[in-house]
Design a protein around this ligand. Structure first.
Ligand code: AR6
Length: 169
């Protein structure tokens, strides 16, 4: 059985095969969830990230999880919101799709996402939630390895937005 869950929590504590990091194109760490993941994983994560030569917006690259309970971290730089006419929607969709393709390739059964781009990158929350839940359900309907996807929301407002988007999709 496939499942999609929306929870409130800290993604660094979630025990899944892969967690997704809302990174930047350098892949060398930052604030928000990226900072939290690097702190929890320990310095070896940054060492591995340095070997990756960055990542384009909407693409994804995978590393080990080191001290995290998750086996892998899938790093994806989301789009910075610039008003909506700079391919932000397509790029955010690419993030979810490319992360899930990598998870499938690495035979991950369980994957957890944070709300990509809706923090420091200011993507409007309701729009981002709608894009995310649609991509996730579309992927789950055809995936072979990925069985469970968890959306880990850091606050109530974010969780409510994803629940609403999931109800009307
Ligand atoms: N667990 C789950 N979600 C979290 C956590 C956590 N531990 N911490 C924060 N969030 P953001 P972005 C939520 O800003 O908008 C970094 O500097 C947060 O409340 O982390 O994609 C990168 O290096 C929000 O709902 O990511 C980039 O430069 C969501 O995660 C830039 O920020 C995403 O917020 C990326 O910006």
């Amino acid at each position: 059985m496939k499942s999609f869950k929306i929870i409130k929590g800290d993604i660094t504590t979630v025990k899944v095969d892969a967690i997704v990091n809302a990174a930047n194109t350098s892949l060398l760490g930052g604030g928000g969830v990226d900072g939290a993941i690097h702190r929890a994983a320990g310095p070896e994560l940054l060492d591995e990230c340095r070997t990756l030569n960055g990542c384009a917006t909407g693409e994804a690259k995978i590393t080990k999880g080191y001290k995290l309970p998750a086996k892998f971290v899938i790093h994806t730089p989301g789009p910075i919101w610039q008003g909506g006419h700079h391919h932000e929607t397509r790029l955010l969709r690419n993030c979810y799709e490319n992360c899930l393709e990598l998870a499938e390739e690495y035979k991950c059964q369980t994957v957890a996402f944070p709300s990509i781009s809706t923090g420091i990158y200011h993507f409007p929350l309701d729009q981002a939630a709608s894009i995310a839940v649609r991509c996730i359900h579309k992927f789950l309907s055809r995936s072979e390895q990925v069985k469970q996807i968890i959306m880990v929301c850091f606050d109530d407002r974010t969780k409510e937005a994803y629940e609403k988007a999931n109800a009307v999709r």
